[in-house]
Design a protein around this ligand. Structure first.
Ligand SMILES: [Zn+2]
Length: 172
C-alpha cells in the first residue's frame, strides 16, 4: 500500500494536516476545508478504498452483532422477570382462594354455632312453657348468608320449630 503522502497542506489556512487513513478526500482539521488528496496513485486510492470498504463492512457487522447481543439480553431479562411474576401471581391467586375458603368455613362455623345455641335456647324456653318468647326467638333463626345450602337448611328448621311452638301455644 502506498502511504507516501501523509502530510497535506491546507490551501485555505496553510495548516499541515495528516491525511493517513483517508482515501481521496478529507477535511482540514483547522478550518474544515475539503482537501483532495491528488498526490496518491490510483492503485493506492483503490487499495485504500477497498480497505475502507472492508472496515466499514466490519464496523457494520460489529454494530449488528452488538445490537443482536443487546436484544438477546433485553429478551432474556424480560423472560427472566416474567416467570417469577407469573409464579407470584399464581401463588397469590391460590393464597387468595385458600384465604376465602378459610374465612368462609370459619364464618360458616361461627354462624352454625350461633344458630345452634339460639336453637338450644328456644328449646329451653319451650320446656319452660315460655312459648311467646320461644316464638319470637324462633323468628330470628336465619342463616347470615341467604341462598346458601345452610340458609335453606335453617329455613326448614325454623319453619318446623315455629309450627311446633304455635302448636303448643294453641294447646295452652
Ligand atoms: Zn485549513
Amino acid at each position: 500500500m502506498n502511504d507516501k503522502v501523509k502530510e497535506v497542506k491546507c490551501p485555505n489556512c496553510g495548516a499541515s494536516v495528516d491525511s493517513s487513513g483517508f482515501i481521496d478526500t478529507m477535511f482540514c482539521n483547522y478550518c474544515g476545508t475539503q482537501l483532495l488528496l491528488y498526490d496518491q496513485s490510483d492503485a493506492a486510492v483503490i487499495a485504500k478504498a477497498h480497505v475502507r470498504i472492508a472496515e466499514l463492512n466490519h464496523e457494520q457487522k460489529r454494530r449488528e452483532f452488538e445490537k443482536r447481543i443487546k436484544d438477546d439480553e433485553e429478551e432474556s431479562k424480560y423472560t427472566k422477570y416474567l416467570l417469577p411474576v407469573v409464579i407470584l401471581f399464581v401463588i397469590a391467586g391460590w393464597a387468595f382462594l385458600i384465604y376465602i375458603g378459610i374465612s368462609n368455613s370459619s364464618y360458616e362455623r361461627n354462624e352454625q354455632s350461633r344458630l345452634e345455641a339460639l336453637y338450644q335456647d328456644i328449646l329451653v324456653d319451650v320446656q319452660n312453657k315460655d312459648y311467646e318468647l320461644a316464638l319470637t326467638k324462633a323468628h330470628n333463626l336465619y342463616y347470615g348468608k341467604p341462598g346458601t345450602v345452610e340458609a335453606k337448611e335453617w329455613n326448614q328448621r325454623r319453619e318446623e320449630l315455629i309450627q311446633l311452638i304455635e302448636g303448643f301455644l294453641n294447646e295452652s
